[in-house]
Design a protein around this ligand. Structure first.
Ligand code: 3IO
Length: 339
């Protein structure tokens, strides 16, 4: 009796030990992100990490570093290329001139949702395999939702933009110059302090940050613009990618388009949530420009597409063809996912 009980517990120990061994991750990857954990680039990061762990049966563990704890906005690309992090998330607008291809989706082309813009960006990337990402492995791409003005003081007319000190990066900064405002470019994590100190009195991006970065408290006047989206890319160190077993690579490759779609859908839902939350908590005012002013604002930013084409051609890209494909993908995705 005593012996068999001893044997039983020994067998149990063995089973448990084996189970523990087979559950322990063989591969640990670090994933760096620049904005706070509450924001959509980090929400999609956690979703990706969880799914990869699940789909590899725990073989891969992803350690996430939100809030610039491993790499910041501006050293993200280089940091990943050098291997300081295995994976990183970049907002392509922070380095004008470095991502001429991705900037196609940063133009005023009339995206009305993050879902359509993200799928368009992804499909364009697959079709063109642009050399701006040659130094890394691209794991997914997505965009923010259309941009609007969030301001400490109400901006009710086109005239109200004159001299407005506004945070905007990439093409969004150019849109503000076109409206005679004074844009200041800076990565998202720097914006709360810049608003607090009065370096800028407003920002131009999608409404998710009203809630996720609590801008609803400081910038209570939101002017509807439907200006361009910001394109993002999730990149991986090439040596880290090459070292992965084939089945793990397959899991990650299979997730690339799906993750773009998941993120776009999450973003569109979340923008609606953030607006409701901000109305309720801080009584924000959502302002519509007079129809003629709204039309003129869009008229004034339209030439930016041609400016992009010049730059894209200088970078060796077939700009007209890319724009034609962008419009075709956009129309296709609007049909599938709605405008
Ligand atoms: C963004 C960037 C970081 C966190 C949340 C965000 N929501 C929209 C954006 C896009 C943007 O303004 C930027 O700087 O990339």
């Amino acid at each position: 009796m005593r012996i068999s009980r001893f044997r039983l517990s020994l067998a149990l120990c063995l089973v448990l030990a084996l189970a523990t061994v087979s559950q322990a991750a063989d591969i640990t990857l670090s994933y760096a992100n620049f904005p706070p954990a509450s924001t959509f680039p980090c929400v999609q990061m956690e979703r990706w990490a969880d799914e990869v762990e699940k789909r590899t049966d725990g073989k891969v563990k992803v350690e996430t570093y939100p809030g610039s704890t491993l790499l910041g906005a501006k050293n993200m690309f280089r940091g990943v290329q050098m291997g300081q992090a295995d994976i990183g998330c970049i907002s392509t607008s922070y380095q004008p001139g470095v991502f001429p291809f991705s900037f196609a989706c940063n133009q005023p082309v009339g995206f009305t949702s993050a879902t359509v813009a993200s799928m368009t960006l992804w499909d364009l990337f697959v079709k063109y395999q642009p050399e701006e990402f040659d130094g890394v492995k691209v794991l997914t791409m997505f965009t923010s939702a259309p941009s609007h003005l969030m301001s400490k003081e109400p901006v009710r007319t086109l005239d109200g933009f004159k001299g407005l000190r506004v945070r905007a990066s990439g093409t969004l900064a150019q849109t503000m110059t076109a409206l005679d405002a004074s844009p200041v470019a800076m990565p998202m994590p720097e914006v709360p302090e810049a608003v607090q100190k009065g370096v800028v009195t407003s920002l131009l991006t999608s409404f998710d940050v009203l809630k996720d970065m609590n801008f609803a408290e400081t910038t209570r006047y939101e002017t509807i613009l439907n200006f361009p989206v910001y394109p993002f890319a999730v990149i991986m160190n090439k040596r880290a990618w090459a070292s992965l077993p084939e089945d793990v690579k397959q899991v990650m490759d299979d997730m690339r388009r799906e993750q773009a779609l998941w993120t776009g859908k999450y973003m569109d839902r979340h923008v609606a949530n953030a607006l409701d939350w901000s109305r309720e908590k801080y009584g924000i005012e959502v302002i519509e420009l007079p129809e003629a002013d709204y039309a003129e604002a869009h008229e004034r930013i339209r030439p930016l597409v041609d400016e992009w084409k010049v730059e894209a051609r200088e970078a060796g890209l077939p700009a007209d063809k890319i724009m034609d494909d962008l419009k075709a993908f956009k129309a296709e995705h609007e049909k599938q996912y709605g405008e």
